[in-house]
Design a binder for this molecule. Structure first.
Ligand SMILES: *Cc1c(COP(=O)(O)O)cnc(C)c1O
Length: 380
């Protein structure tokens, strides 16, 4: 059905068409053209990462991070049980065993107080996900990782432009990954980026991204021929996609301020209702600057969630939920995961609801959604 208010609208917000045409006229439509370089510079200057490399997806940036960390069969990688499959798949593809960490009941981020107990002599990486663009407790996570000499890769798919204690997300780990999928704040349909903070990984990252060749060094004149030097794959997006994405980056103020406004309107107008019905709205700690990636709520039960989704659908409003606990997925169980391992994840997963959230969501759209929640009476 066509929804009056869909869950997502991946809109053009500026010069997307103009820049795509320019990319075509440049006659450099493959990867690493002029627009790709502009997106790299924007990410490096805005976030403060040493090196940014555009990729075909966040999934692929995560795969690059697993290759860069030289993850081998038998290595263990700690991931939150409450995340998208790509966070873990990238490491499993290299033969790693995933170790699932439970989440905090307030921010739904990896519970840093349970992290140290999961570390073994085989642990090679910790992959925190900044859920909903609200930072994980990075002081604690980095202290544990550093004490044990374990690399941190931030899955920052939700958290571009967010901060933890005044420092940008994506700058804490040795590496971080971004997504520019159409459901994220800034998008180009499908796309991603690898941000590198530890300079030891920069040169090899360029090689892995270029099918295992030293092509980037060749184009910079640092070597006189380019050849096969390492493993790798094809992780460069077309410059047409970079052109689209750069137009979105230019609209940073518009995108972030409209999302902040929609988020605040939901929070303000749903707070009394939420309290009355024992619904939990998002928690954003005071030392955190969030990315305004999504607005979610935790309903009292799965039954209520199912009824509310149907009730909103009748009114033309699309709501969705996500992240079945990875520890009880078919793959998670094959790695030894079982029910009861991650009680907070398993509880939250049944009750979480994501509300319509996109750059052009207007005040009247938000109010229509809010009214629909107030009109729901079938609490069980
Ligand atoms: C969207 C998302 C990804 C994957 O992003 P793609 O660009 O679609 O590969 C990975 N991790 C998290 C937490 C995400 O939300």
């Amino acid at each position: 059905m066509d929804y009056v208010i869909p869950f997502n609208k991946p809109m053009m917000v500026g010069a997307e068409m103009e820049y795509i045409q320019a990319a075509l006229h440049n006659l450099h439509v493959s990867g690493d053209g002029a627009f790709t370089k502009q997106t790299h510079a924007w990410l490096e200057n805005t976030i403060g990462a040493k090196k940014a490399l555009l990729t075909t997806s966040c999934t692929h940036a995560l795969e690059m991070s697993a290759i860069l960390l030289d993850i081998q069969p038998g290595d263990e990688v700690i991931v939150p049980a409450f995340t998208f499959v790509s966070t873990v798949n990238a490491f499993v593809l290299r033969g790693a065993k995933p170790i699932f960490a439970d989440i905090r009941p307030d921010t739904l981020n990896m519970d840093e107080t349970k992290l140290e107990a999961l570390i073994t002599p085989h642990t090679r990486a910790i992959v925190p996900v900044h859920y909903a663009g609200v930072a994980c407790e990075m002081d604690a996570i980095m202290a544990i990782a550093n004490r044990h000499g374990i690399a941190v890769v931030e899955d920052n798919a939700h958290g571009l432009l967010a901060q933890y204690k005044g420092k940008n997300l994506g700058t804490f780990g040795a590496m971080a990954t971004q997504s520019f999928h159409e459901t994220k704040n800034f998008h180009c349909g499908e796309g991603g980026a690898l941000l590198i903070n530890d300079p030891q990984y920069v040169e090899r990252a360029e090689i892995i991204r270029e099918k295992g060749t030293n092509r980037s060094r060749f184009f910079r004149g640092q070597v006189d021929k380019y050849t096969w030097v390492d493993v790798g794959s094809s992780y460069l997006p077309s410059d047409m996609l970079a052109a689209y994405l750069y137009a979105q980056f230019e609209q940073r103020e518009y995108i972030q301020s409209s999302r902040a406004q929609a988020w605040r309107l939901y929070a303000e107008h749903l707070s009394d209702w939420a309290e009355e019905h024992r619904v939990q709205l998002p928690t954003v700690p005071a030392h955190v600057e969030q990315a305004y990636h999504m607005f979610y709520m935790l309903l009292p039960s799965l039954e209520v969630r199912t009824k509310i989704i149907a009730h909103l659908k009748e009114r033309g409003i699309q709501t969705v939920f996500h992240y079945l606990p990875l520890n009880v997925s078919d793959m998670g169980k094959a790695f030894g995961g079982k029910a009861g391992d991650c009680p907070v994840t398993e509880d939250v997963s049944d009750r979480l609801l994501r509300l319509p959230f996109y750059n052009t969501l207007s005040e009247s759209d938000v109010m229509q959604v809010v009214e629909a929640f107030y009109a729901f009476t079938d609490w069980v």
